[in-house]
Design a protein around this ligand. Structure first.
Ligand SMILES: [Zn+2]
Length: 144
């Protein structure tokens, strides 16, 4: 059975933008299209466009999704680790706070930019929010 028959034009469009490769490149802070240019101008601000291939990033709509994902991942890992340490040691509450609060803050800050990059890479691969390619570019920029 031909999967493209049931997916229509959308199924054929996504094949030229590998999802996991785009998300991995975004996670590493690189352009999801070429993997060379930098995606971020500052900590969580994306660059206007890739400095290597010119792919525009300004129209991404990552919004709060990276923060939600970081909360889910960090929350599960830290709470699991806390419960494991709590069950096997006799640390006081202050000792737990001194350990887990800095680890939580640092791991959340460390994961925010890579997670946002992966979300922007996902949006690029799925042609969401202005990452539509030549046909959509002609609709929004008829001068091209
Ligand atoms: Zn690029």
């Amino acid at each position: 059975m031909d999967a493209r028959k049931f997916g229509g034009a959308a199924a054929t469009k996504t094949t030229d933008r590998p999802l996991w490769q785009a998300m991995k490149r975004g996670f590493l802070g690189r352009c999801p299209k070429c993997g060379e240019g930098r995606m971020f101008a500052r900590f969580l601000r994306t660059a206007e466009r890739c400095d290597a291939c010119g792919e525009e990033f300004h129209h991404h709509r990552a919004d709060d999704l990276p923060a939600y994902l970081v909360v889910v991942v960090v929350g599960h890992v830290i709470v699991g680790a806390f419960m494991g340490v709590e069950a096997t040691t006799t640390l006081s509450t202050w000792q737990h706070l001194a350990i887990w609060v800095p680890i939580t803050i640092l791991s959340a800050l460390a994961l925010l930019q890579p997670t946002k990059g992966a979300v922007v890479g996902l949006q690029w691969a799925l042609r969401m929010h202005g990452f539509g390619g030549p046909a959509e570019e002609l609709e929004t920029h008829p001068e091209l």
